[in-house]
Ligand binder design. Structure first.
Ligand SMILES: *Cc1c(COP(=O)(O)O)cnc(C)c1O
Length: 405
């Protein structure tokens, strides 16, 4: 039977507040009382935690409110456990540093979020001696060839940023597992509609800053994985979340927890509108990349992977040929039509647009941009759901007309 993230979430989202409130309480304490002095050494020895008869220890270690959010996110992804962090990039960095030691290798997709690209290409090799080989993730032979005896991780985004390449998760999982490596998937672009752990991913990371937060007001991240891996991240001696300290504030965790019940509804509407726009754009003969289109190279693959009913996501990319034309188009839409914001990021309730090559992917060199298929006139659109669909499309069409379409 198909995995249903909404049903899975509903099974765990039933946390009473302290006084019987329908919402959970916020545990805003950074330290916790033990009722017997003898318990303290047990906790510090890692022998007793919140789930093994012990109690909570300190706010940078597990916090009950953040822990609940982690459980909800794990339910959405269908993993055993999950925990939230203060940013998406910290969830990614902590995961990779937990899995790799100096000399180990990561095989990574060459079309990923610019910050992750910089982390993998520059920061990790320089600071940790972990090295990274970048490949076209849709070329499975290239992935196989890039793997060596030191490969610990195959890293990809479920749907890539900004080129909309869909990763063949079942095959990548097989390739990784055959080599004794783990498949780590960034699912920021496709919460609800795609559940990478159901297709072989060992660890799913998220930037909650995007669709899950949904309001462009909170920076946050999460790791969804096995109980064992989440405990490793929080280990008092060797845990990268515990020791590097990207702690989520419990107030933020509470706030985010209230946005999960309507995440499915929001994703459905983002997708419905993006599908409509992509089909219209294709009809006009404009180069559009959207995995919901039959013409998209991995449409069939994505169709075989998605959880039914959520569509194919809220992002599409259009190629307007040159940077100048892309800029003129975005200026017109924002200034003349008052539709959308010329801003990086995505997953907002309103529309956000940016020219990837000169913004969110500017960490890549010209050559790397070409290899990843990020052309200078490529505009990434994260389509919001404000206004009526027909009116929004009319605005978009006028902006296209203004640059000669
Ligand atoms: C934004 C983003 C990140 C980084 O997340 P932050 O919350 O900004 O740290 C990682 N991966 C993808 C795909 C993103 O879009």
């Amino acid at each position: 039977m198909a995995f249903d993230p909404v049903q899975s979430l509903s099974r765990v989202q039933h946390e009473f507040g302290e006084h019987g409130g329908v919402n959970m309480s916020i545990e805003a304490s950074t330290t916790y009382t033990v009722m017997d002095a003898g318990i303290m050494p047990e906790i510090f020895g890692g022998r007793m935690g919140p789930e093994t008869g012990g109690c909570y220890l300190y706010g940078r270690h597990f916090n009950p409110t953040v822990y609940v959010l982690g459980r909800y996110l794990a339910a959405i992804e269908g993993t055993e456990a999950g925990y939230a962090t203060s940013s998406g990039i910290s969830a990614i960095a902590c995961t990779l540093m937990q899995l790799c030691a100096p000399g180990d290798e990561i095989v990574a997709s060459n079309a990923i979020y610019g910050g992750t690209f910089a982390l993998l290409k520059e920061y990790l090799p320089a600071k940790t001696g972990i090295t990274v080989r970048f490949v076209d993730i849709s070329d499975l032979d290239a992935v196989r060839k890039a793997i060596s005896g030191r490969t610990r991780v195959v890293y990809t985004e479920s749907i890539s940023n900004p080129t909309m390449v869909v990763a063949d998760l079942p095959k990548l999982a097989d390739i990784a597992h055959d080599a004794g490596a783990q498949l780590v998937v960034d699912n920021t672009f496709s919460p609800m509609l795609l559940s990478p752990a159901q297709h072989g991913a060992d660890i799913v990371v998220h930037s909650l800053t995007k669709f899950i937060g949904g309001c462009s007001d909170i920076i946050a991240g999460a790791v969804c994985a096995s109980k064992d891996f989440i405990s490793q991240l929080m280990d008092l001696h060797m845990g990268s979340i515990m020791l590097l300290g990207p702690t989520m504030d419990p107030r933020v965790a509470f706030d985010l927890s209230l946005r999960l019940p309507h995440l499915g509804l929001r994703m459905r509407e983002h997708s419905r509108r993006a599908q409509f726009f992509a089909e219209k754009l294709e009809g006009l003969g404009i180069g559009v990349s959207y995995p919901g289109l039959r013409s998209h190279p991995q449409h069939g693959l994505l169709e075989s992977l998605v959880n039914p009913g959520f569509g194919y996501g809220g992002l599409f990319a259009i190629d307007l040929g040159t940077k100048e034309r892309a800029f003129d188009f975005m200026n017109y839409l924002q200034q003349q039509e008052g539709f959308g914001f010329l801003a990086v990021s995505l997953g907002y309730f309103d529309t956000l647009m940016s020219c990837s090559a000169s913004s969110t992917s500017s960490e890549l060199s010209d050559e790397e941009l070409a290899e990843a298929g990020i052309r200078p006139g490529l505009v990434r659109v994260s389509l919001g759901y404000t206004g009526t669909l027909e009116d929004r499309w009319a605005q978009f069409e006028r902006a296209l007309n203004s640059v000669g379409y």
